[in-house]
Write a protein that binds this ligand. Structure first.
Ligand SMILES: Cc1cc2nc3c(=O)[nH]c(=O)nc-3n(C[C@H](O)[C@H](O)[C@H](O)COP(=O)(O)OP(=O)(O)OC[C@H]3O[C@@H](n4cnc5c(N)ncnc54)[C@H](O)[C@@H]3O)c2cc1C
Length: 409
């Protein structure tokens, strides 16, 4: 079999590339191969609306049933690509069928990072990535009283908020001092901690899991500092690792973050083969270094760039990343820039009142912004980050950095 464009991976990156090819008027053949049971779907509701039961699996679909056929896209679910011959430009499927292609996109996403401690095999431990994981967790928590959630980042905090709204007694065990501190810093972390306290979610900070106890099913979590917490159900949100099994096997170069190494155009080390989404490490013109980002809007935007480059645009991916995290109906955190390091955090607005923006400054430049309740700041932040603006420009939006304040006084 032969196809003009082969898209590998049916997440939002692969799906958005398919849609963009058609939106650009591409009339050639497009094949999307994914090992998922379902057509492309959104993952964010897995820790939120799907977990609390306020949406169904069908609501998660990226495109309505029938869309793929209507747009002439050969969608093959439950199918894995096992190898790519990058010189011959052929892909081998698990069925042993071979597909020849002109261009390909590797959008194989990420997998959960599993904990390897004693008792990690016990029943009652949950990791969340696919809709089935949320449905299984929801079924189990129906009869559970005490839920222990391991992790202090997005998955763990979102699950804790969702389960707390279902009336469950939740305890978070995290290595961080403040929830979401690694992603958003201390100012936002303190705000999120306040939300959990207000909703009776207990937090064990600076802590690690030593082991899970139980015969067949988990009954308790033992912590590194010697504590023991009884648990009916445990949810683990210990991060994700890029799924580069296919890329590695096919000889594509990998980068320092473990993702598929791409240039500014999202082109991999092989001619006419691109990567996008969670699996893609690219040379970012926005960040001025190599980054790999695990957020939905970013994966969608990269799918669009890859599709345009497949059609010959030859353009750098220069979209300033945007993402959000919802903690039940308590709050929405929105972020642009996806900065991972900074040397100064400055806030504008009312941090205590829950309507504020944190601006992240590195080497005197604005590299990111997080907002709660001030979405109007996002556009300003996007512009400042794209222009790699000096932190001095923050005063134009009414923000004074600590350094500027010190210089004034
Ligand atoms: C529970 C959860 C909640 C989230 N919430 C948010 C949120 O609130 N906000 C936000 O911005 N982001 C959120 N994210 C992150 C966001 O969902 C991801 O960044 C996004 O799904 C990445 O899309 P992707 O297409 O790169 O990868 P994926 O969605 O992982 O899709 C990759 C696909 O490739 C398939 N695949 C892999 N290897 C092969 C192969 N060899 N052959 C065939 N198919 C293959 C996989 O089965 C998978 O279907 C969340 C993620 C999770 C897991």
């Amino acid at each position: 079999m032969r196809t003009d464009v082969l898209l590998i991976g049916g997440g939002v990156a692969g799906a958005s590339a398919a849609a963009e090819l058609r939106a650009q008027g591409f009339a050639g053949s497009v094949t999307l191969v994914t090992r998922e049971l379902d057509a492309p779907y959104h993952r964010p509701p897995v820790t939120k609306a799907l977990l609390t039961g306020s949406c169904s699996r069908e609501d998660l679909l990226v495109r309505p049933e029938g869309w793929w056929e209507e747009h002439g896209i050969d969608l093959r679910t439950r199918t894995s690509v096992t190898a790519i011959d990058t010189d011959a430009r052929t892909a081998v499927l698990a069925t042993k069928d071979q597909i020849e292609f002109d261009h390909a996109l590797v959008a194989t996403g990420a997998m959960v990072r599993r904990l390897s401690v004693d008792g990690a095999h016990l029943e009652g431990l949950h990791y969340l990535r696919a809709p089935g994981n949320a449905e299984a967790l929801r079924r189990e928590v129906e009869t559970a009283e005490r839920v222990v959630i391991v992790g202090g980042s997005f998955i763990a905090t979102e699950v804790a908020a969702s389960l707390a709204t279902l009336g469950k007694r939740c305890t978070i065990i995290m290595q961080e001092e403040l929830p979401l501190e690694r992603a958003f810093g201390r100012l936002a972390g303190a705000f999120v901690e306040g939300l959990f306290t207000a909703h009776d979610v207990e937090i064990l900070r600076d802590e690690d899991v030593l082991a899970f106890e139980g015969d067949e099913r988990v009954v308790a979590v033992r912590t590194a500092s010697g504590g023991r917490l009884e648990a009916d159900v445990v949810v683990i949100g210990a991060g994700a690792v890029p799924d580069v099994m296919l890329a590695r096997r096919s000889g594509l170069a990998l980068g320092d973050t473990g993702g598929i190494r791409c240039d500014v155009r999202l082109l991999t080390s092989a001619e006419r083969i691109y990567a996008a989404g969670d699996a893609c490490e690219y040379e970012s013109v926005v960040h001025r270094r190599r980054v790999r980002i695990e957020h939905e809007d970013h994966a969608i935007a990269q799918g669009v760039t890859a599709a345009r480059n497949i059609l010959g645009a030859d353009a750098a991916h220069d979209v300033v990343p945007y993402f959000w995290s919802d903690l039940a109906d308590w709050t929405r955190l929105e972020c642009v820039g996806a900065a991972t390091t900074w040397d100064e955090e400055v806030a504008s607005g009312d941090t205590a009142g829950g309507a504020f923006t944190v601006w992240y400054v590195a080497d005197g430049r604005v590299v990111g912004a997080l907002t709660v309740g001030r979405p109007e700041d996002l556009a300003t932040a996007r512009t400042l980050i794209a222009e790699q603006a000096s932190a001095k420009r923050l005063s134009e939006v009414g923000v004074e950095t600590t350094a500027a304040r010190a210089a004034r006084s």
